[in-house]
Design a protein around this ligand. Structure first.
Ligand SMILES: CC(C)(COP(=O)(O)OP(=O)(O)OC[C@H]1O[C@@H](n2cnc3c(N)ncnc32)[C@H](O)[C@@H]1OP(=O)(O)O)[C@@H](O)C(=O)NCCC(=O)NCCS
Length: 170
């Protein structure tokens, strides 16, 4: 499928919200607020990178990267997510193209690595591996994965951006 991967632009905001809401709706592991999380990151200036997939002039997928925090103070850590593809266009490698383009950009920034929570059956194809001992959160440890980039062997707990856990003050 012919898709263009490009940086998010202002006019993409509503489509990203809509696609993310519909893509996560049937997922039993979803919070149901993934689309709000993206808006919260954007509003707080916490979006480190947002890429969209465009097909025939329409946004059909999006991936968010935020900065992550290493307990040892090392810099250059990122978190991937949410990522979503238009439900009728899934499993046609749009998600893979978004993630691969995002990882390429992290490499260009000399990132230490990237963390996420998700299904290892999917994310292992991009080089993510489980690191349950480094998870900041016991409840997601089984799904916590890291893709080491500049750092070959991560040995510090890497935490997600505080906004991952809800709006400030909640
Ligand atoms: C997850 C998601 C972004 C993947 O995007 P996609 O474009 O559908 O996935 P791709 O086509 O790039 O997948 C590549 C391969 O992974 C497989 N795959 C897709 N989702 C998978 C999953 N959840 N588990 C295991 N394999 C998966 C595909 O079948 C494909 O296999 P192939 O290479 O043998 O053809 C998309 O399915 C989606 O929006 N899902 C709902 C929201 C969601 O769950 N987001 C991720 C939360 S962690």
């Amino acid at each position: 499928m012919n898709v263009l991967i490009r940086l998010e632009q202002h006019g993409d905001v509503a489509a990203i919200h809509d696609i993310t809401e519909r893509a996560f709706a049937p997922m039993r592991y979803a919070d149901g607020n993934e689309q709000d999380l993206i808006d919260r990151f954007r509003d707080a200036g916490a979006m480190a990178l947002s890429l969209v997939a465009e097909r025939e002039g329409a946004v059909v997928g999006q991936v968010t990267f935020t900065e992550a925090l290493a307990a040892d103070g090392s810099s250059g850590w990122y978190a991937l997510g949410p990522v979503a593809v238009e439900p009728g266009l899934q499993k046609q490698h749009i998600g893979s193209k978004l993630i691969e383009a995002g990882i390429a950009e992290l490499r260009a920034r000399d990132a230490a690595g990237c963390v996420l929570t998700g299904d290892p059956a999917y994310y292992s194809r991009f080089g993510f591996r489980p690191y349950p001992d480094l998870s900041p959160d016991a409840q997601v440890a089984a799904y916590y994965q890291i893709l080491p980039l500049r750092v070959s062997a991560p040995d510090s707990v890497i935490s997600f951006h505080p906004l991952f856990y809800g709006p400030p003050g909640q």
